[in-house]
Design a protein around this ligand. Sequence first.
Ligand SMILES: NC(=O)c1ccc[n+]([C@@H]2O[C@H](COP(=O)([O-])OP(=O)(O)OC[C@H]3O[C@@H](n4cnc5c(N)ncnc54)[C@H](OP(=O)(O)O)[C@@H]3O)[C@@H](O)[C@H]2O)c1
Length: 389
Amino acid sequence: MKRIAILGSTGSIGCSSLKVIEAHPEAYQVIALAAGKNMALLAEQVRKFKPLEVAVLGDHEAESLRERLDGGQRTRIVSGREGLVHLATLEEVDTVISAITGAAGLVPTYAAIKAGKNVALANKETMVMAGALVIEEAKRQGITLLPVDSEHSAILQCLQGHPRDDVRRVILTASGGPFIDFSDEEMEKVTPEQALKHPNWNMGPKITVDSATLMNKGLELIEARWLFGLDIHQIHILIHPQSVVHSMVEYRDGSIIAQLGIPDMITPISYALSYPRHVDTALPALDLEQIGTLSFMKPDTGKFRCLELALRAAEIGESMPAVLNGANEAAVELFLQGRIGFLQIPSLIEKTMRAHTPVLINSIEKVMEADAWARQRAAEFAERDISIA
Ligand SMILES: NC(=O)c1ccc[n+]([C@@H]2O[C@H](COP(=O)([O-])OP(=O)(O)OC[C@H]3O[C@@H](n4cnc5c(N)ncnc54)[C@H](OP(=O)(O)O)[C@@H]3O)[C@@H](O)[C@H]2O)c1
């Protein structure tokens, strides 16, 4: 029986994780749930799964949850960053699903690893910001760190039973998002509503915009590097609009092993929890006859500059990936608020990266400093652009 805490239970990954857990009551038990602001959904989850503890964003949310539960549950409620860390390190928990979005996921995820919990990792930002520290700590604690991202889950599956030395390269696939065929003029006018409509996946707003800019693939490239101990130049990216081949591993003799499946996060979440077994899910089988054609093409990094910026940040290393991530989060938020245009996302990130002198990252505090610096600089650059316009 795995005793599970979900960080981000009200999000897209959190809700899918609860479906996986609910389908296998003999194998999984919910011990703790953490969410941000969606107290209506969290209250429903508490009634259904009866966790020992829940963590919420702040005191206001804690009060709102208490009112909704009306004293009818014995669940303890904690709040704030300390609350998240407390939840991620609970003695009763052995497995943490890290599914908070963005940099907010780093501190509790790292705390869970330090406390010796096995981690199913959806929060790729943790690996982008602090991959080296996370891998080092995971090795020190001897814990299992399993990817939830479908591409990384695919790579993990393609690596099973093969010596690592035999790997020539890894091929990460990308749907390409909704704007793959857009002209430069059309890209200029993209609205948040358009960017939030992903053709294949149903995800939270931040990752959906990242998929539209292709920053998501850049973040995944950095995540793959740390998770699988690869040189960044061993990681190649291919646009694959059908999202059926989730990623591939090419071996030294030219053989390529791919993992295929329908685009639904239930599969990689399930594999991260049942690894190395593949257990039943309620998903329909992949119907390749109906799909008919699988196509692949090179990404246009001139048009999707975020991908190029992520590669540059990975090559520079030190604090630059954390700066890339912080500037991206700030820019995506401004875009979603309608304050900057779609193409200003890469330009704000680039300006912030150019203004940064990389420093050695040897602690989570240093990572958070780089993140805060990047957010502030990106906001300043945006203010300047807005006032000029
Ligand atoms: N969705 C996917 O298919 C997918 C695939 C691969 C990887 N991922 C990764 O998984 C992570 C989650 O993505 P998602 O699509 O599930 O995002 P989402 O739907 O936006 O959900 C985010 C979750 O995090 C919570 N949250 C946000 N900020 C918080 C904070 N400061 N403190 C506590 N909780 C906070 C939210 O709570 P409230 O909603 O209650 O405020 C929500 O439960 C991201 O890192 C993403 O890159 C997602």
